[in-house]
Design a protein around this ligand. Structure first.
Ligand code: PGA
Length: 251
């Protein structure tokens, strides 16, 4: 039985003051919801503060990104061993905003995935198609190519220490959520592809859905057979919404 997981991606939002308030409310609101794994991904500078605030709770702390390099002359980058030093538990790699705005190719994302694992940090690999790719019937080809690029470099066994997130780009921050059926179809495809390589890895792999997840749609999404929780952007900045989304995994 796969454990459900909900991860908040705060993106480039918040201040020390807002984060303290948000986390205090979230941790209080999550009391008694132990069956779901919950994580939050603050902007880099707040990682130590968030680690400290989460120390007495079960909330895990993740990074939104990681360098593919271990160290060196890469101004402005943050290496996986540095995140590891801070006690970071996991890292998002290949978010569509990184792919689109910062030119991260499938190969670069695969390197980030491996750099993260080499430092003992579990990656959450994001895949997803744009609206025009969906309209052109390319959804399957796009998400499989994104997944295959990582499997080609890291091997399928690497997914024993990782999670996957299906995030249709057209649903991110737009208020347009994939229907539970649309999401399940892609989740089943992804799990099926991995099962073709390793039944065991596929059966245990957590595959999260992301893209305008909120309290009102989380229940219908999270009860789909291959959806193991959510990667939540906007709604993770509101304590009540985030707590309610986490509560939707209790079924
Ligand atoms: P959203 O973002 O929930 O605001 O759509 C999701 C994400 O980008 O991970």
């Amino acid at each position: 039985m796969r454990q459900k997981m909900v991860v908040g991606n705060w993106k480039m939002h918040g201040s020390a003051e807002q984060i303290q308030q948000l986390l205090r409310d979230v941790i209080r609101g999550l009391a008694g919801q132990e069956s779901t794994a919950v994580g939050v991904c603050p902007p880099y500078p707040y990682l130590p503060l968030v680690k400290q605030l989460c120390a007495e709770s079960d909330v895990k702390v993740g990074a939104q990104n990681v360098s593919r390099h271990e160290s060196g002359a890469f101004t402005g980058e943050v290496a996986a061993p540095m995140l590891s030093d801070l006690g970071v538990d996991f890292a998002i790699v290949g978010h569509s905003e990184r792919r689109e705005l910062y030119g991260e190719t499938n190969d670069i994302v695969a390197e980030k995935f491996m750099a993260s694992q080499a430092a003992g940090i579990n990656p959450i690999l994001c895949v997803g198609e744009t609206l025009s790719q969906r309209d052109d019937g390319e959804t399957e080809a796009v998400v499989l190519a994104q997944l295959q690029a990582v499997i080609a470099k890291a091997g399928v066994e690497a997914f024993g220490e990782a999670a996957l997130a299906y995030e249709p780009v057209w649903a991110i921050g737009t208020g347009k959520t994939a229907t539970p059926e649309q999401a399940q179809e892609v989740h089943r495809l992804l799990r099926g592809y991995i099962a073709g390589l390793s039944e065991d890895i596929a059966a245990n792999l957590q595959i999260l859905y992301g893209g305008s997840v909120k309290d009102s749609n989380a229940g219908a999404l999270f009860t789909q057979a291959d959806i193991d929780g959510g990667l939540v952007g906007g709604a993770s900045l509101q304590a009540e919404q985030f707590i309610a989304i986490c509560a939707n995994t209790e079924n």
